[in-house]
Design a binder for this molecule. Structure first.
Ligand code: H79
Length: 460
């Protein structure tokens, strides 16, 4: 805003133009600085937080849940990300506000969800407490725009889910959108939601941040110990003062062990405890916005959809195969990253049966091969076309996902340091050849598995 004030006052002589451009640079620079400095500068994670980071990396696999009043619309007959329907169809706030009146997930059974998660081999759930549409899926006191006050269902689904998670030993994280198309103080508007006709024409962004922080405090105090907060949406207003330092300090004050991550497509800011990648493996950029680096300071997580949408999309049948998803999970593990696989529950509260089938099949695979995933870290060879490696203590797991008949090269391993090299499946020995830089592994056809041929290298 102050840019416009400056422009209004400046005359357009050449000198002034020059000054103007200097002002812009200065203003942009201080803007950048203030964003950075406003993160939780000087943050030192507690021991509990560091322990949770280890737990997180050991866990490796979680369920992402996008559930909200948008689920009723089921994507409106379009392919695409169904949780964005308010912005994609430019639905005015006053019309969108009718949706909660139809939200009555009578088939929601948290015990069923959490049992499914356990059978799937997942260790945590990350659920939308609020998405970009601004609707709180929990019992919030600062606004009536929430599931308890505004729906016929009237129950706090997040509270119910948390109780069940505690019972069954699953950690619960909250996805919380910083972007908000509904709240009138979310002003000035950002890059999205500008076609929504009745958004406010004035507002106090600081009041919005206060509101968001109060909602976060509710989430951190009403439900006992949570896994952490998964932020999204800062990219909507990249230059705004989000007062990150305050928000992060608030979260860490309430729950020092809670892990904070933000999907801002940048390297982690101070105060963040993990880094995430949306629908791309770390270092890949098929989405166009994943062009940041990979942090070696904090744990990593990659999130992925089962079809093309996060929220329930009634027409999108373009499901990824079990094999494809396991391959992505293995490659993510090969980067040391967790795999957060998404489902968009239906408006009646049930998980899409197609998704349940997929989750059960992956869970089945993990029952046998989980040893090579859970508790592992990034292996000595970064993921390659042929597959990936993971490591646990003195054991390297070589995951051969796509064997083309050529020898697999593992650099940096001296064969004299190898105690054994065997197939995971039957313990039979693997053909190992010494090379100048390490070892070569060759796999006879009959040993090649359809999803993942795992070779276990045990070091002395
Ligand atoms: O919650 C799910 C999605 O609804 C949300 N993140 C996942 C986890 C999501 N938001 N946006 N996207 C996914 C697509 C990202 C679009 C972006 Fe951009 C490209 C953000 C920044 C560059 C769109 C175009 C928004 C600003 C410009």
């Amino acid at each position: 805003m102050y840019l416009c004030i400056f422009f209004g006052k400046l005359k357009t002589s050449n000198i002034m133009r020059l000054l103007q451009s200097r002002f812009i640079v200065l203003i942009l620079f201080t803007g950048f600085l203030s964003l950075h400095l406003s993160a939780q500068e000087g943050y030192v994670p507690t021991q509990e937080n560091l322990d949770n980071r280890e737990w997180f990396q050991d866990a490796k696999y979680g369920l992402f849940v996008h559930w909200g009043v948008y689920s009723i619309m089921g994507g409106g007959g379009d392919q695409g990300i169904a949780e964005w329907i308010m912005e994609q169809k430019d639905i005015p706030i006053v019309q969108y506000e009718k949706l909660p009146g139809f939200f009555n997930p009578t088939r929601f059974d948290p015990a069923e969800w959490v049992s499914m998660v356990k059978k799937a081999g997942m260790k945590y759930i990350t659920i939308t407490s609020k998405h970009h549409d601004g609707f709180a899926m929990y019992d919030s006191k600062v606004s009536d725009y929430n599931i308890v006050d505004a729906t016929p269902y009237g129950k706090d689904v997040i509270g119910l889910l948390k109780k069940e998670c505690d019972k069954q030993g699953i950690k619960l994280f909250f996805y919380h959108s910083q972007l908000d198309w509904h709240q009138s103080d979310y002003f000035p508007h950002g890059r999205t939601g500008n076609g929504i006709a009745d958004r406010s024409e004035a507002g106090d962004f600081n009041a919005y941040i206060d509101y968001m922080n109060t909602q976060l405090s509710e989430l951190l105090t009403q439900y006992g110990e949570i896994g952490g907060i998964w932020f999204d949406g800062m990219w909507d207003k990249p230059d705004a003062d989000w007062r990150l330092g305050e928000t992060y300090a608030l979260i860490h004050k309430h729950q020092p062990g809670a892990l904070i991550g933000s999907n801002h497509h940048k390297m982690p800011y101070p105060g963040e405890d993990f880094m995430m990648f949306e629908r791309d493996l770390p270092g890949e950029n098929s989405m166009g916005f994943n062009n940041t680096g990979i942090s070696d300071q904090v744990p990593l997580e990659m999130c992925e959809t089962m079809n093309g949408s996060w929220g329930f999309n009634i027409i999108d049948q373009n499901y990824k195969s079990v094999e494809m998803l396991i391959h992505t999970m293995v490659r993510a593990a090969g980067y040391g990253a967790n795999f957060l696989l998404n489902t968009g529950p239906m408006p009646n509260g049930q998980i899409q049966p197609e998704n349940v089938d997929t989750l059960m099949a992956i869970g089945n695979w993990l029952e046998t091969y989980g040893e090579a995933i859970y508790g592992s870290r990034q292996g000595p060879v970064k993921p390659q076309e042929w597959g990936a490696t993971t490591v646990k203590d003195n054991v390297i797991y070589v995951h051969v996902l796509d064997y083309k008949g050529r020898a697999i090269e593992i650099k940096g391993i001296d064969p004299s340091h190898l105690r054994s090299a065997v197939y995971f499946d039957d313990g039979s020995r693997v053909d190992v050849k010494r090379t100048e830089e390490g070892i070569h592994l060759t796999i006879p056809k009959k040993k090649v598995k359809s999803i993942d041929t795992i070779i276990v290298l045990t070091l002395k």
